[in-house]
Design a binder for this molecule. Structure first.
Ligand code: ADP
Length: 445
């Protein structure tokens, strides 16, 4: 039985986990870097341990320090949140070897999906559609060109160990592919420590649509419907919504079945997301994220299922509280509010001098900021997530317009003005989305 949870994370997700633990009657331990001493997650947890300097490699990614903090405080479980150590199979193994409960998927499932070339092969064997491409890491430039010529240009090179949009390169012809091959390998090596790259067909304006899954140790896997995450800048999501405007009941059924097959293929347990690209009525597996995601609240809003609560239940050995796919009710949209220049996307750290949160029906804010909080320059720039829920998409957009307009954050620049422009965009209002949507707002690769 879990009784005390250490949260190996910071920011809004650390607070979200603390809230879920409190509701479940569990004690909490916050870990923090020297730069995060004044963070809200540190104040809200029952106990706190400083695990190192600001630099994430020395603190939030420091396996030894995190495990030591759990031992010192007598925590019996670790929730990794997203990012940092969440998809580190080695860390998950150590947690388990130390006799602690890992609130996440089995390390083998993380590993199987963490290598993307491998994941493509695994899901293909279960009949999940993938884009034409390589099923093994590419051995050489020539091999890449031969394969690209077979499947047809454009193609995209991706790091097998990739994530966060890093190490991806598009090539429109053989010359360009030869040119970017070594760059992509080098980038992959630098970012992930492994230079392996694979390639697949590049779709010029697809939609990113993903399916939330939840699984328990008894082998039950439930899909909770899709999220549309096509509005991205530099391959990073900015706005997510559920349901997607292009997914009808029949397509939803197929995508959910494919997501369940992918999760079952690796013996999945806990919350996970199967990401697909959608184009012209067809969808293709891209990767599986083996953790809770930033955008999980839109699914919570339309299904009424508390995903963090389910994660805690399942980690404690209980069955999921849901037996089958819940109905999606109404429409939800999440806006990521980052501390960044709304035009150049350059980070904007500093002190929050003024703050007012929006209120009203169908409005949720997940955040860790407060007036006087100093946004450190060391971590990602997410300040808050605004999630609106309405009876239909139109009502959700109207609620977003009201809420974004009443969301005051002073002292740092934020993406709020950009969101206000996007919701007035005729294509956004009509649900005509693609991953190229942000190009008109100055998105650069
Ligand atoms: P990461 O794990 O680094 O986030 P993903 O494989 O999830 O990488 O891809 C991130 C984004 O890159 C997608 O949401 C999409 O916008 C774009 N992308 C990836 N693969 C393709 C492809 N084959 N064709 C077109 N766009 C792609």
């Amino acid at each position: 039985m879990i009784s005390k949870v250490l949260i190996a994370n910071r920011g809004e997700i650390a607070l979200r986990i603390i809230a879920a633990c409190r509701q479940a009657g569990l004690a909490t331990v916050a870990v923090h870097s020297e730069a995060d001493r004044d963070s809200l997650h540190v104040r809200m947890a029952d106990e706190k341990v400083c695990i190192g300097p600001a630099y994430a490699a020395a603190s939030y990614l420091n396996v030894t320090a995190v495990i030591a903090a759990a031992e010192i405080t007598g925590a019996d479980a670790i929730h990794p949140g997203y990012g940092f150590l969440a998809e580190n199979a080695h860390f998950a193994e150590i947690v388990q070897e130390c006799g602690l409960t890992w609130i996440g998927p089995p390390p083998e499932a993380i590993r199987a999906m963490g290598n993307k070339a491998n994941a493509r092969r695994t899901v293909t064997e279960r009949g999940v559609p993938v884009l034409p491409g390589s099923s093994e890491p590419l051995g050489s430039r020539d091999e890449a060109v031969t394969l690209a010529e077979q499947i047809g240009f454009p193609v995209i090179l991706k790091a097998s160990a990739g994530g966060g949009g890093k190490g991806m390169r598009v090539a429109r012809d053989a010359r360009e592919l030869r040119h970017v091959f070594e760059t992509a390998r080098h980038e992959a090596e630098k970012a992930f420590g492994v230079g392996d790259v694979y390639l697949e067909k590049y779709l010029t304006a697809p939609r990113h649509i993903e399916v939330q899954v939840m699984a328990d140790a008894g082998g039950r896997v439930v899909a909770l419907g899709e999220r549309e995450c096509s509005i991205q800048r530099r391959h990073q999501k900015l706005i997510e919504e559920a349901p997607s405007t292009v997914v009808d009941a029949e397509l939803r059924e197929k995508m959910c079945e494919a997501a369940i097959a992918a999760a079952a293929a690796v013996g999945y347990v806990s919350a996970g997301t199967v990401e697909f690209l959608y184009n012209d009525g067809e969808f293709y597996f891209m990767e599986m994220n083996t953790r809770i995601q930033v955008e999980h609240p839109v699914t919570e809003a339309v299904t009424g299922v508390d995903l963090l609560k389910e994660q805690l239940r399942v980690a404690d050995g209980h069955a999921l509280s849901i037996r089958k796919r819940p109905k999606m009710v109404g429409h939800a949209i999440e806006f990521r509010i980052n501390a960044e220049d709304p035009v150049t996307f350059a980070p904007s750290p500093g002190e929050i001098t003024e703050l007012a949160f929006p209120l009203g029906p169908g409005v949720r804010v997940d955040t860790h900021i407060y007036r006087g909080y100093v946004v450190p320059p060391y971590y990602d720039s997410l300040l808050a997530k605004l999630i609106v829920h309405g009876r239909d998409r139109q009502e959700a957009i109207a609620r977003a317009r009201g809420a974004l307009g009443m969301f005051l954050i002073g002292g740092v620049r934020t993406s709020i003005p950009l969101h206000l422009r996007i919701i007035d965009d005729a294509d956004f209002e009509a649900g005509r989305l693609s991953t190229q949507f942000m190009d008109r707002y100055g998105n650069r690769e």
